[in-house]
Write a protein that binds this ligand. Structure first.
Ligand code: DGL
Length: 285
């Protein structure tokens, strides 16, 4: 059985594009609708009840657009809303994500793992359960990445202010002895090159984007909902908030980091179309 309907992804903003690019690489034939809730970003310091309500609204929107499965491309929204989403739509495959504590505990040599995530994720019951499960036998040090999401949402990946902010967050983890740091927020994945520069080669960074893409593939296969196409998948973007600003920041993330080509802002959407088969941007989901 195959299914040509699109996959629905959402995040508090553009962070989930880091997950989208992994899905795009693994499943090039799938159409995707991406919803950036940039008008409400950041989620990380908002009450869980608000994030849950927003998440349900976004999922409802994605399903109205014909989504065959829902990907919560956000650690914070998964912690706040995955249960409620699954309860609300029990027949829809829902794929969430959480910080990669398990592979990090296997990779550490110092026995100290650092987790950089939002305070919403770090303080959640879901994260506590994750530590109970996989954090045994190692020390897990957490650090809320206060302020980082705002830089990514602005399309800033390299300013001096960001560099200082990120360096301070990372130092808290390395000073505690961490030799492996989990990027536990999808926005932070876009800061990986800067983090690598700041940390040097001895500290390992781990994120979950590729694992989430594999899980999406597995769940679609089980449900008989994979597309039968081997390429040509289209990406449609929707956002809340300031569409022009989101479009500009998206251009900075586009095309995906794996390609070295840098496109001038005016041409970047056309260039993206050539690299990724289809891109449409809409406002106000
Ligand atoms: N990108 C999100 C995450 O993975 C949320 C960031 C935020 O809005 O605070 O947790």
């Amino acid at each position: 059985m195959t299914d040509a309907r699109p996959l629905g992804l959402f995040d508090s903003g553009l962070g989930g594009v880091s997950v989208l690019r992994e899905i795009r690489a693994l499943l090039p034939g799938e159409d995707v609708i991406y919803c950036a809730d940039s008008g409400y970003a950041p989620y990380g310091d908002k009450p869980l009840a608000l994030i849950e309500a927003r998440s349900l609204e976004l999922c409802d929107f994605l399903l109205t657009q014909g989504a065959k499965a829902l990907v919560i491309a956000c650690n914070t929204a998964t912690a706040a809303a995955a249960q409620a989403i699954r309860r609300q739509w029990p027949a829809v495959p829902v794929i969430g994500m959480e910080p990669a504590v398990k592979p990090a505990t296997a990779a550490t040599k110092t026995g100290v793992v650092g987790v950089l995530a939002t305070s919403g994720t770090i303080e959640s019951a879901r994260f506590a359960a994750l530590l109970d499960h996989f954090g045994q036998g190692v020390q897990v040090v957490t650090r809320p990445g206060q302020g980082l999401v705002e830089h990514v949402e602005r399309g800033d990946f390299s300013s001096l202010a960001l560099r200082d902010l990120l360096a301070g967050h990372l130092r808290c983890l390395t000073d505690a002895g961490a030799d492996v740091i989990v990027l536990g927020c999808t926005h932070y994945v876009f800061l990986r090159p800067l983090a690598e520069q700041l940390l040097g080669p001895t500290i390992k960074l781990i994120d979950t984007g590729a694992a989430v893409a594999r899980q999406v593939q597995r769940r679609l296969l089980e449900a008989g909902r994979l597309s039968d196409r081997s390429g040509g998948g289209r990406d449609a973007f929707w956002c809340s908030g300031d569409g022009a600003r989101v479009t500009q920041a998206l251009c900075a993330l586009w095309p995906p980091g794996s390609t070295p080509q840098v496109l001038p802002a005016s041409a970047c959407m056309a260039g993206a179309s050539a690299l990724w088969p289809g891109v449409d941007i809409h406002e106000d989901c």
